[in-house]
Design a protein around this ligand. Structure first.
Ligand SMILES: [Zn+2]
Length: 218
């Protein structure tokens, strides 16, 4: 017969820490003696559970952890169709999805998202109160990450104006400023930017039009 492993005090398994108390209980049809150990959950609750289950992570908390997970799942599911959820997932796409058409101006040039905001619930906690329909998320420092300190809501229509000074565009496979792009392609900068603001031109359209074109101005 294998030797019974006896629980010690202060062993940590997931959200539980053993209290050092234990008892042998004869349970089930096969009358096998099982070790039940006292544990304290991170939430403060103290209870007895089968030691084997705790070692093998079949029990990770008093049940509060599972409840919390379910709560998060339900919340996320309920929010999926909301505007703020779409803004959050759009932000993740721009930063992480290489196939996203805006990736090169975000993730592609090193813009990230703080760890906390990778969880929608945290993003919601920080940004929902100030959110109103029609607003979009803006990074205060255009070279900084998406994080609470660097983000604010602005009306969609303002976004072009606010970022015009730092508009970035692809040229010869590299990201450059709109100003340089205009000089190289003999475009009037102010007119081009005005047309972008009015929606007559898009960055993507310009990139495509002048793609691979070498004006040899130098
Ligand atoms: Zn608990």
């Amino acid at each position: 017969m294998s030797k019974r492993i006896l629980p010690k005090k202060d062993e940590r398994f997931n959200h539980l820490v053993t209290t050092g108390e234990y008892e042998i209980r004869i349970i089930g049809r096969d009358r096998r003696p099982l070790t039940y150990v006292g544990c304290k959950c991170d939430c403060g609750k103290i209870f007895f559970a089968e030691y084997g289950h705790i070692i093998r992570s079949k029990i990770k908390s008093c049940g509060c952890y599972r409840k919390e997970l379910n709560r998060r799942k339900l919340f996320k599911h309920g929010m999926k169709e909301s505007k703020i959820y779409k803004i959050w997932s759009g932000m993740k796409k721009r930063v992480f999805n290489k196939n996203d058409s805006h990736y090169y101006r975000y993730g592609g040039r090193g813009i990230g998202i703080c760890d906390e905001w990778l969880d929608f619930m945290n993003f919601y906690r920080d940004m929902n109160e100030s959110y109103k329909t029609g607003l979009s998320i803006e990074r205060i420092d255009n070279d900084g990450d998406y994080c609470p300190e660097n983000c604010k809501w602005i009306p969609l229509a303002d976004q072009g104006i606010n970022t015009s000074r730092t508009h970035k565009i692809m040229m010869d496979g590299k990201i450059t400023s709109m100003r340089r792009f205009c000089i190289k392609h003999k475009l009037v900068y102010t007119t081009t930017m005005a047309n972008i603001r009015r929606g007559k031109l898009t960055i993507a359209w310009l990139e495509k039009k002048y793609e691979g074109e070498d004006h040899d101005t130098e």
